[in-house]
Design a protein around this ligand. Structure first.
Ligand code: HEM
Length: 500
């Protein structure tokens, strides 16, 4: 009896202590939230923050609704951490262009620490990022981004791609493998100085590893790791697959670096790796971190950022052409009139192909492959749209909101090339069309990507008519990832009469 009484008493004590702790937590939470002078946003719950406001079925729609309700600069709590949701072209401009030096850094995440030690190009910050980015831009320029030399190697890859599609003989096929291979080969040329055959085993493995690595930061596994790094490092899951992929990829890249070291002629660099090895020897600034280790992280970032983005856009392009055959027909007829069937397209043809050029812009707008740009962080207290953004708070830029702005596009939720045409059928440039983002952190591969999109798309339209399978309904729902592509699909590529 006495023992029972004692047990009941200690149970009551424990419950009482728990209630006391909960009340304490609630009071602290209310004090933190109510005394906070951050921009408005939905009321956060203790510990879980705004998880319920974001929801699981349509998280992207939820972000958009939050922005519509609270304005272009609002606060969201991811768990117990506040962050700023930034939407709208004017806010992007005010933050990333007018205050370019304030918003260049990325916040730190445990997952980035684990995958790249915070090095490389995409997730690095400060002096090291500035130097690595400057070098990457200069090297891309040196190897002809925006010039004839690179145009010729993209055109060569267009021929390889079209030849491989030709071998499908108009039968149903999934274009993913060929399109991704073609786009990856452009980066291979710039970084390694050579391309791979589309069915090369090593080439495939490399793409698989990169996929694992770049899907992780946006996946639930990545989010869990960011919240509980020590616990998650002991548990199995997709995060472990990505860590293993990073370890597998490194020897592959080290081997490329070793070969480059043996064969290179410093007076005649062949590619990014040669130039980087040269910079390691020359650079006296140790904080810029030109090291072989950082070279590996930069190469991973160039592949990760430069392959999936462009290949997803091209796969969307094929899907839209199948879905909207009247647009495909108009593009083909413009190409037939301006270029004909006996030579390949050139970048100079752009000005004479206003409809095709408008279609490429609309593909990028409607596909909207990058919902959020990688997060930013202010390096001092500042304001955007008159609202306070405190130093160190994570800023989530919702790029999607800008490409679907009702004030800029008459039918934002429809595929409509007229968004980029004036009343005379001429191409209409829009300042707020920023799929590559803006400011000092904007995509350094924009020019390269634009060349690839134009040359690959026009070549494919010149050589094939893409058609759906009989009775097939193609879904326009995108996959969730750092860049969103269409789900796997099959189409027919019916050859046209190209002779070159
Ligand atoms: C259609 C194709 C592409 C799209 C839509 C795209 C878009 C973007 C966007 C939105 C960002 C984030 C910018 C920011 O944080 O504000 C970015 C960053 C980046 N992109 Fe691209 N990109 C594409 C192709 C490429 C290519 C071909 C390369 C290869 C050279 C590349 C390399 C990078 C790198 C290295 C970064 C990180 C830059 C930094 O943090 O300083 N991208 N890209």
């Amino acid at each position: 009896m006495l023992k029972k009484h004692f047990l009941l008493l200690s149970l009551l004590k424990t419950v009482g202590l728990l209630i006391f702790l909960c009340v304490l937590l609630l009071v602290k939470h209310l004090r933190d939230v109510l005394t906070n002078i951050m921009p408005p946003g939905p009321f956060p719950l203790p510990l879980i923050g705004n998880v319920l406001n974001i929801g699981f079925s349509d998280p992207l729609g939820s972000f958009q609704r939050i922005a519509e309700r609270y304005g272009d600069v609002s606060t969201l709590y991811l768990g117990n951490k506040p962050c700023i949701l930034l939407t709208g072209y004017e806010s992007f401009k005010e933050a990333f262009v007018e205050q370019a030096d304030v918003f260049t850094d990325r916040p730190y995440f445990p997952i980035v620490g684990k995958l790249s030690k915070g090095k490389g190009l995409i997730f690095s910050s400060g002096h090291m990022w500035r130097q690595q980015r400057r070098f990457a831009l200069a090297t891309l320029k040196y190897f002809g981004v925006g010039k004839k030399t690179l145009e010729n190697s993209i055109l060569q890859e267009c021929r390889f791609l079209c030849d491989s599609i030709q071998t499908e003989r108009g039968l149903p096929f999934n274009p993913q493998h060929l399109v991704t291979g073609a786009v990856a080969n452009i980066i291979c040329g710039l970084v390694f100085g050579h391309r791979f055959e589309y069915d090369d085993h090593k080439f495939h493995l490399m793409q698989e590893y990169l996929d694992d690595i770049f899907q992780l930061p946006i996946s639930n596994w990545g989010r869990l790791y960011n919240h509980f790094p020590t616990l998650m490092s002991m548990l199995p899951g997709k995060h472990q697959t990505a860590f293993a992929s990073m370890s597998e990829l490194q020897p592959f890249l080290q081997e490329e670096i070793r070969k480059h070291k043996e064969e290179r002629d410093p007076s005649n660099p062949r590619d990014y790796i040669d130039c980087y090895l040269d910079e390691i020897e020359k650079c006296k600034d140790s904080e810029a971190e030109f090291t072989e280790e950082n070279l590996i992280y930069c190469v991973v970032d160039l592949f990760g950022a430069g392959t999936e983005t462009t290949s997803n856009t091209l796969r969307w392009a094929l899907l839209f052409m199948v879905k909207y055959p009247e647009v495909q027909e108009k593009v083909q007829s413009e190409i037939d009139q301006v270029i004909g069937q006996t030579r390949q397209p050139l970048m100079d043809d752009r000005t004479n192909l206003p409809y095709t050029y408008a279609v490429i812009h609309e593909i990028q707008r409607f596909a909207n492959i990058i919902t959020f740009t990688p997060p930013r962080m202010a390096n001092k207290d500042t304001t955007v749209g008159g609202r306070l953004i405190s130093k160190g708070v994570m800023v989530l830029p919702l790029l999607k909101s800008i490409l679907q702005d009702k004030n800029e596009y008459s039918t934002p939720y429809e595929f409509n090339p007229a968004h980029f045409l004036d009343e005379n059928g001429k191409f209409l440039k829009k300042d707020s069309f920023i799929p590559f983002s803006i400011g000092k952190r904007m995509c350094p591969g924009e020019q390269l990507a634009r060349m690839e999109l134009f040359l690959f798309f026009t070549s494919l339209m010149q050589c094939f008519t893409f058609q759906p399978l009989e009775g097939q309904t193609l879904s326009l729902k995108g996959t969730i990832g750092v860049s969103s592509g269409p789900g796997p699909f099959q189409i027919h590529a019916v050859p046209r009469k190209c002779r070159f």
